[in-house]
Design a protein around this ligand. Structure first.
Ligand code: SF4
Length: 625
């Protein structure tokens, strides 16, 4: 799986190796690349130098030492060549040189050349003036070495730092050559080993483009044994009610070996640096007008209805594009969105999540290999499934405690018991029974979180007509939802499944292979697994906000036979509320920093990936207090 020892190393990767061996491993071995502000700026600045033809005059024969002075004394014309690609078989490296300055005497001897590398930052301030950073030193040194290997006469090179507009020269010597060759050997050796550990409390991490994948401080925190506390799985709660699935009682039998369960806990006074951005600057675009046609014009999406332009959206602002019902997209727009890794997701008009189109994205296979290995092992599946179900039940309990007008003591007690029972369920069927019992207790009390018709008086529609309060909830029903509350819950779960599917892809998973949800055609089983813990705190919470803040009324719903659905106007209000919830900040239960719910989704998949690849010991759910 790791590149073999003969793999050609690009010079840029050696630069990453000197910056951080883990960054090198993630990019080169695991093939993970994520743009950040620095890399985007660097790519934009490189556009000009990358546009060159990359030609150099032929290197014929080496200049004799005695003739060198003559050459230096000649007033030679200086030529420039941009974007020059070179390779050395002996070293096993390639490099693309931004700019090469050439002095060719035309007398049949090898031209004298100097590589010039462009960097967006500033030089290092050393004791003796401005210096070249080590990461730049290896890159430039390697370029000189490659030019020499290809028979050009090259004694020095130069870095041009754009921020301060400074040129810093670097001479080539034997010490530099030895360091470069030792570094190449070390990098090549690292490709055959394990993923290196994250740097410790390093100032390099905040600027690293892969910080949101690497999660250096979070990983280190979770690797400390003191970060985990043992959970007493079953607290003997005195229940004055019958446990609903008596056959599955864990404090009666049949007894199984109860696994030791540990969950991470925040240590007082111990802060994990928040190095990931709290929220993304980009937004989702929802389009639900049947018959729309979307095409690309310059850097924008143009939406047309019956041939007339009805909207224009900048592609750079898009996080993803969600299409409801028959909306068409031009092939040119699909190409652009795939190229920029902006997914298009498709839903029925009723909100059923059909599928998605996306670019290649991550090509890393390591996480998926471990995912398939875990999914094939019933014991490992059960270990993960217990945590998903535990998180969901805990969050259901929290939502009831927060929002119920008279928090139901019995149900809260039962949910506490069931959450702990989930952690030690002896089998998947038992776990499903526990989860089902919790869902029953939760939805039996769901109506208590809806402000009654008395408190939420009947609303008025756009014609100022009084509308009846429509949000009477008895039980959960779906496919199709038969009342407005169920219509809201179904749509929220559908959007959340979509977001979990996207987050699973981004973290390198196959969303269709799960541990708790069994594989079924077209079902994103892993996305549904991780979604469990987020159902109450994202989806149910959005539905309750819309109802209790009277943002929707009966005129926002349509009825067809048994089925209830939102009107286009109602859907628009819903999408806004849903996106607002995903962007809203929440304190992470273990790392104690604020992130948006959307980032929290992504974070959970990244942590799950670290569990599967053995970097951290166990998955833990995202629970709120
Ligand atoms: S975040 Fe830090 S430890 Fe992780 S790859 Fe980047 S520099 Fe290395």
């Amino acid at each position: 799986m790791a590149p073999d020892t003969n793999t050609i190393l690009p010079a840029r990767m050696l630069n990453e190796f000197v910056y951080c061996p883990r960054l090198f491993y993630l990019e080169f071995v695991e093939d993970i690349f994520v743009h950040n502000a620095d890399t985007l700026k660097g790519a934009a600045q490189h556009k000009r130098v990358d546009a060159g033809k990359g030609q150099l005059p032929t290197a014929k024969k080496k200049q004799a030492q005695s003739d060198e002075k003559d050459i230096r004394d000649q007033k030679l014309e200086t030529l420039h060549s941009r974007s020059v690609s070179l390779q050395s078989e002996r070293l096993g490296v390639t490099a693309k040189l931004d700019l090469v300055e050439i002095k060719d005497s035309g007398n049949g001897y090898s031209p004298r050349v100097r590589p010039i590398e462009y960097k967006k930052g500033a030089p290092k301030e050393g004791d003796e003036g401005f210096e070249i950073w080590d990461t730049d030193r290896i890159q430039l040194g390697l370029q000189i070495l490659l030019l020499r290997e290809n028979n050009y006469t090259c004694e020095e090179g130069e870095i041009y730092y754009r921020e301060t507009r400074q040129r810093v020269c670097m001479a080539f010597d034997a010490e530099l050559e030895t360091w470069i060759e030792t570094t190449i050997a070390a990098a090549r050796k690292a490709t055959q080993g394990e993923r290196p550990p994250p740097l410790e409390d390093s100032p390099k991490c905040p600027r690293c483009s892969l910080v949101s994948v690497c999660l250096p401080d979070e990983t280190r925190f979770l690797q400390e044994t003191g970060a985990w506390r043992k959970v007493d799985p079953i607290q003997q709660l005195t229940l004055d009610m019958e446990f609903p699935s008596t056959n599955n009682r864990l404090d009666q039998g049949p007894f199984v070996e109860i696994p030791e369960v540990r969950l991470p806990t925040l240590k007082p006074g111990k802060d994990v640096r928040r190095l990931i951005a709290p929220a993304s600057d980009t937004r989702a675009l929802y389009l639900n007008t049947p018959g729309l046609y979307l095409s690309k014009k310059a850097e924008c999406i143009i939406a047309k209805d019956k041939g007339k332009p009805v909207g224009e959206f900048r592609i750079m602002d898009l996080q993803h594009l969600a299409l409801f019902g028959p909306v068409s997209v031009s092939p040119a727009l699909v190409h652009t969105l795939c190229e920029r890794d902006i997914p298009i997701t498709y839903f029925s008009m009723g909100g059923w999540f059909y599928g998605m189109t996306r670019g290649h994205g991550l090509t890393n296979v390591f996480t998926r290999i471990e995912q398939f290995r875990n999914a094939a092992d019933p014991e490992l599946c059960l270990t993960h499934a217990r945590i998903f179900a535990h998180g969901k039940i805990r969050n259901q309990r929290t939502l009831l405690m927060r929002n119920h007008m008279e928090p139901p003591r019995k149900a809260l007690k039962l949910l506490k018991y069931l959450a702990r029972s989930a952690l030690v369920a002896p089998s998947l069927p038992t776990l499903l029974g526990i989860e089902g019992s919790a869902a029953r207790a939760y939805f039996e009390n769901f109506s208590g979180m809806i402000k009654s018709a008395r408190e939420s008086p009947d609303s008025k529609d756009e014609n100022n007509t009084q509308q009846e309060f429509p949000f009477h909830f008895e039980k959960r029903n779906r496919r199709p939802p038969k009342d407005p509350v169920n219509a809201l819950l179904s749509l929220a779960y559908s959007l959340l499944a979509r977001d979990c599917t996207l987050a699973a892809w981004s973290a390198g998973f196959d969303p269709y292979v799960g541990f708790y949800h069994q594989p079924r055609y077209g079902r994103p089983a892993l996305a549904l697994d991780v979604m469990e813990e987020f159902r109450p705190i994202i989806a149910d919470s959005v539905a309750l906000t819309l109802i209790n803040n009277r943002m929707l009324g009966s005129h926002h719903f349509t009825h067809a036979g048994d089925s209830v659905n939102l009107t286009p106007k109602g859907r628009k209000i819903f999408f806004l509320a849903y996106e607002k919830r995903l962007q809203s900040p929440v304190t992470h239960p273990v790392f104690n920093y604020k992130v948006s719910y959307r980032r929290a989704l992504e974070l959970q998949f990244r942590l799950l990936s670290k569990v599967l690849t053995g970097e951290i010991e166990q998955y833990f759910p995202f629970t709120t207090r």
